[in-house]
Design a protein around this ligand. Structure first.
Ligand code: ADP
Ligand code: MG
Length: 722
């Protein structure tokens, strides 16, 4: 039954089914797994004569008078005077002309809304309505689920209307009312939900039963109940995720012993060859890595550190340790540009130490690809730098001892597991992942709970904090002239755009924030700006375009010339977001900054401020920036947070706060299942509970806890198949 298609429900056909699909709903089971975004408490039922300003109230009354006024071409006001035995009240609907025929004098109806001081004193403005009698139809919000011949709503519906009213995520064309109908119909059809949690966990945590929670969440009697049910469902999500990660970890660390590397002289030689001293922070993390590598347990370590904190050199030290022990290492970067850059930095240095390197990306093809694959297979190449091409089939390692992934957040859990399996040797390679993505603690526990974590706490010394300015376009002229001066003084500039231009648009801007996708108003594209600003401000200065529609060869070529200082101003898209390292770039201008997410802007900004020179970042917004933004002005709040804050960690916390439940930091990007009920920002206690429950379950050899781990293991392939 649970896998029955939603089209089984009355009123769900073609168009409706497609709309539900947009919400990720195809089966009855999907439908009842929709979690209300929030609830409206409509239980405050008052008399029409007893309204108090600001209160959210439900009134049940008779319509005494209906009047309609067209204010101008667009605006109209429909006014109702209603009455019950406590007195009269006024209700006004603005701009709802289409509903004027629905209200009849003498009809009984219920209204829910906030009491506002309006044109006629205290009144309800655009409230929710349920007409109980005497109307021609009860379908008031323009929905056509059950047509106009719907029977007059029952007292049951009146009860629901004035209860704790769930509000679901919607998609265009669907109304709350329809979803509520569909969900209650599905709940009626579905059998009881089986309890999945072992009884000891249920009693230890005091959580509600599964059936009670799955049903109750859609029709709780109180807000407290709603929260109780949500917590149960959230706990299941967290526990399952933790268990999956633990199981993945077991599957690879359990499959063989780690390699016991010896500390290699090559690392001392590298330290001597570097133009700088390692910071204390880098030294501490290097000690962690070395102690992992020299132990017999396979390394499984995450290195986090803000943009520019100097992670690459740690990867180099680890790779040299492997090379010194005659093992190969793989260094995987998320983009071609970044892989190429790493290769250009690393290969000459390693070459001088007698360690041979190769670059393997999707762009390497034909003869040269074959020759590189052959050298990986026979072991002549010790260190292979590349993109996910490294973990594709066809790559056979001779003696893989270490796998490093850079900017891990771009890969996700799936790829993380996959290096281990690609190893031909009996030993399990050491794994190290590096990320600049500042991860709030709670999210880190979920995402990287299977890893040991080291953190680079400080930036290399001598760096000046980046200065960030916000502008809404009014000072564009001045800013671009200033940029031209900076370029003439020999420093370099990134100008980042949310779109490429010409015919296509999105380049991944916005990080899934779901705004600004439809209207192209005020969108300045890279192509457009390259030609306009190039001509207007940057005459005689070397400029270039860089975006995702260029071929890999073109991209790498531009990047190489920018790195070499041959190009002064780069008009790009977010292709430069990750990892690119040019110390002489001191200014970044982000056009349409309002279209990017906080975390993404922080990553972008990290491209400047990488040397000893003072760097600047200008965030240009096509919308007015409110210096003292209200809570719902997310754009202003994001930009101001960024201006005032340089710490990735603080920005990540704020990101989580601003995005609110259900949309955390691209959890999906990380390759983890999406959380519907869990709120990683506020459910810290649940996360801790799930952690100890997971340990209990994983240790169980029999009984209900073992059943539960089998149940989760059965779902595991979704996460690990590559
Ligand atoms: P990220 O952590 O963002 O990957 P990188 O490894 O690219 O940072 O390092 C950023 C820049 O800082 C590079 O140019 C690198 O050479 C330089 N760097 C790294 N460590 C130090 C150090 N200890 N002192 C000075 N500069 C350093
Ligand atoms: Mg890096």
């Amino acid at each position: 039954m649970s896998s029955t298609s939603v089209t089984f429900l009355k009123g769900v056909k073609g168009k409706r089914a497609l709309q539900l699909k947009e919400l990720g709903v195809e089966t009855l089971d999907d439908l009842v797994r929709l979690i209300p975004r929030y609830y409206e408490d409509r239980t405050n039922i008052v008399g029409a004569g007893n309204l108090t300003e600001g209160a959210c109230v439900t009134i049940r009354c008779r319509i005494m008078r209906v009047s309609f006024r067209q204010i101008d071409r667009k605006r109209s006001a429909l006014n109702l005077i209603v009455e019950d035995n406590t007195g009269r009240a006024s209700i006004t609907f603005y701009n709802q002309r289409w509903s004027r025929d629905k209200y009849e004098k003498g009809a009984e109806a219920m209204f829910f809304g906030r009491v506002t001081r309006g044109y006629r004193g205290l009144e309800l403005i655009n409230p929710e309505v349920l007409i109980l009698s005497g109307s021609r139809t009860s379908a008031l919000d323009g929905d056509d689920v059950y047509g106009g011949d719907d029977p007059v709503p029952s007292e049951l519906e009146a009860d629901e209307f004035s209860g704790i009213y769930p509000v679901y995520p919607l998609t265009k064309g669907l109304s709350q009312k329809m979803l509520r109908k569909f969900i209650s119909e599905a709940l009626r059809l579905l059998p009881d939900f089986k309890e999945t949690l072992p009884p000891e966990i249920l009693s230890n945590t005091g959580l509600s039963g599964r059936n009670e929670a799955m049903r109750g969440i859609h029709r709780p009697e109180s807000l407290e109940d709603a929260e109780r049910f949500r917590r149960r469902i959230a706990f299941d999500e967290l526990l399952e995720t933790r268990l999956m990660l633990l199981m993945m970890r077991q599957s690879y660390t359990g499959s063989g012993a780690g390699i016991r590397f010896r500390h290699s002289d090559l690392t001392f030689m590298l330290e001597k060859a570097l133009p700088f001293e390692l910071t204390d922070s880098q030294q501490a993390v290097w000690r962690d890595i070395l102690s992992d590598m020299t132990s017999s347990r396979p390394m499984n370590r995450l290195v986090t550190g803000d943009v520019g904190s100097g992670k690459t050199v740690l990867a180099m030290l680890a790779m040299l340790t492997a090379a010194g022990n005659d093992y190969q290492s793989a260094f995987m970067a998320p983009t071609e540009v970044l892989a190429e850059q790493h290769y250009n930095n690393i290969a000459p240095l390693f070459g001088s130490l007698g360690v041979s390197c190769a670059l393997l990306t999707g762009a390497v093809s034909g003869k040269s690809r074959e020759s590189i694959l052959a050298k990986i297979a026979d072991g002549t190449v010790k260190c292979v730098i590349g993109t996910h091409a490294l973990i594709q089939s066809g790559v056979v390692w001779n003696r893989l001892g270490l796998a490093v992934t850079d900017e891990q957040h771009r890969f996700g859990v799936r790829q993380r597991g996959s290096f281990m399996h690609s190893a031909e040797n009996a030993c399990v390679p050491d794994v190290m992942v590096m990320t600049a993505t500042p991860i709030p603690r709670t999210l880190g526990m979920i995402l990287y709970g299977d890893l040991d974590i080291s953190r680079l706490e400080t930036l290399p010394s001598g760096r000046l904090p980046i200065i960030t300015y916000l502008d809404d376009g009014r000072r564009r002229e001045r800013i671009y002239k200033w940029a031209a001066n900076i370029a003439r003084e020999g420093q370099q500039i990134y100008i980042v755009h949310a779109a490429i231009g010409d015919d296509q648009d999105e380049t991944g801007a916005g990080d899934g924030n779901g705004f600004g996708q439809d209207d192209d108003n005020g969108l300045l594209t890279a192509v457009e700006n390259f030609s306009d600003a190039g001509e207007k401000y940057f005459q005689g200065i070397a400029t270039s375009l860089l975006h995702g529609r260029m071929s890999d060869k073109e991209k790498n070529d531009v990047m190489r010339r920018f790195a070499a200082g041959e190009i002064s101003v780069l008009f790009s898209t977010t292709v430069i977001e990750v990892g690119v390292d040019v110390a002489n770039a001191t200014l970044m201008i982000v056009e349409n900054a309002e279209r990017f997410g906080l975390a993404q802007l922080h990553q972008l900004r990290g491209r400047v401020g990488r040397g000893k020179l003072q760097s600047y970042c200008v965030l240009m917004s096509s919308r007015r920036i409110n210096p003292d933004p209200p809570d719902d002005d997310l754009i202003s709040r994001r930009l101001i947070t960024l201006r005032d804050c340089l710490s990735g960690e603080k920005i990540a916390e704020e990101d989580l706060r601003l995005r609110g439940p259900g949309d955390f930091f691209g959890v999906n990007q990380h390759g983890l299942p999406e959380f519907h009920a869990a709120n990683l920002y506020t459910d810290g206690d649940l996360l801790e509970l799930s952690e100890s429950a997971a340990q209990h379950v994983i240790a169980a050899k029999s009984g209900p806890a073992k059943d539960y781990s089998d149940y989760v293991r059965a779902k595991l392939p979704e996460l690990t198949i590559l």
